[in-house]
Design a protein around this ligand. Structure first.
Ligand SMILES: Cc1cc2nc3c(=O)[nH]c(=O)nc-3n(C[C@H](O)[C@H](O)[C@H](O)COP(=O)(O)O)c2cc1C
Length: 360
């Protein structure tokens, strides 16, 4: 499968103090975490430490690179991170390293002196391209030295392909952002009537979706207890609890229901529904603070899973990732199922949100 690779290049100032041994330990810890996390998320790259600066290249799916870089920026072991380049790349340049490392050894100092002579090795004066080129060359040199058993290369196992859940998150991120911007939950729910209208609209899309998901017999083999039409049952009970009539609510017409021809597509659709539960408790907390008494006893859709939300999501994610490992050729269909589901939701909620926006 062709993947879109984003490459990010930055440098930062070291904030680790202490003896050379302590510094080396700190860098070893950084590398261990990098290799563990990056391999899991399909990110590859290289890290260099020299003359009080770190320089790093990260490459991989856009969302994964962004998540990792956000975490890195919060790390107090360095500061003043300056991005020299971020954008699509034709492919991976460090595809054999979840995080190659060059630096810190005595031999390396000589090598870096070379870089320093060439460039003044002041990263703030280097372009992204130059820094990237230097890092790439150094890593290749280190690899050659290591294969001759001469140098200090620290190879790490090649990055595993991203897990299916990571791939789904990355590939559906733009649609996810669009739906969040469209729905504007929880703020868009202003009062009890608005809440009823929202539950009805959600039911109108979730019920036909869940109906189409239960048609697949493969869920049990995957170890997924869903879809037992859980969302539909919660929505119906919440609406009934508020005195509304769930049967009166318009449902998506068949041509709007996402086309999910195979179980892999259905799995992508369930990823969207299950993922949505993660935001439910946050939405509910806000609603309870503003209109809690008006909706009391009718909050099972947003909050019904209570503390089980996290464990249920993780067990679904494990099943999803297992499917991705065992049937890699079906991963693209899972992504398509997820994309179609987000798109169907956008189509379904757009007129509703436009009308809600018009209401006083
Ligand atoms: C210069 C520098 C580079 C880092 N690079 C990475 C990286 O590529 N991947 C990563 O996961 N963490 C990286 N880290 C570490 C993260 O900031 C963070 O400590 C780590 O991701 C936490 O992972 P853990 O929760 O698995 O321990 C880097 C930290 C520093 C200071």
């Amino acid at each position: 499968m062709n993947e879109t690779v984003q490459r990010l290049i930055y440098y930062s100032r070291n904030r680790i103090s202490g003896s050379p041994g302590e510094l080396a330990d700190a860098i070893r810890n950084i590398l261990a975490a990098s290799r563990r996390n990056n391999a899991q998320m399909g990110v590859t790259g290289a890290l260099m430490f020299n003359a009080g600066c770190f320089a790093q290249v990260l490459e991989g799916p856009s969302a994964a690179v962004e998540v990792i870089f956000e975490r890195i920026q919060r790390d107090e072991r360095h500061g003043d991170a300056t991005v020299l380049g971020f954008g699509p790349a034709a492919g991976r340049s460090f595809d054999r390293w979840s995080m190659a490392f060059v630096g810190t050894s005595i031999d390396d100092v000589a090598r870096y002196d070379g870089v320093a002579t060439e460039t003044g090795y002041d990263p703030s004066r280097m372009t992204g391209g130059a820094l990237f080129g230097s890092l790439h060359r150094l890593v290749l040199e280190e690899e050659a030295a290591a294969s001759a058993n001469l140098g200090f290369v620290t190879p790490s196992p090649a990055a595993a392909p991203p897990s299916l859940s990571c791939l789904l998150r990355a590939r559906t991120a733009p649609l996810h952002r669009r739906i969040e911007a469209l729905l504007r939950l929880p703020g868009a729910v202003r009062d009890r009537d608005g809440y009823i209208a929202w539950l009805g609209r959600i039911l109108g899309c979730y019920e036909p979706l869940e109906r189409s998901l239960v048609l697949f017999p493969e869920w049990e083999a995957l170890g997924v207890a869903v879809p037992s039409r859980w969302h539909t049952r919660c929505l119906v009970s919440d609406l009934a609890g508020l005195g509304a009539e769930p049967d009166d609510v318009p449902r998506m017409q068949i041509q709007m229901v996402p086309d999910l021809p195979t179980f892999a597509h259905a799995l992508g659709a369930l990823y969207v529904l299950e993922g949505a539960t993660l935001g439910g408790s946050v939405i509910l907390r806000d609603l309870e603070a503003r209109i809690g008494s008006a909706i009391a006893g009718a909050t099972s859709f947003f909050g019904g899973r209570g503390d089980a939300v996290g464990p249920m999501w993780r067990s679904f994610q494990a099943a999803l990732d297992g499917f991705g490992r065992e049937q890699p050729q079906r991963r693209p269909d899972v992504v398509i199922g997820g994309e179609r589901t987000f798109q169907a939701m956008l189509d379904w909620f757009s007129p509703f949100c436009a009308a809600a926006g018009d209401r006083p």
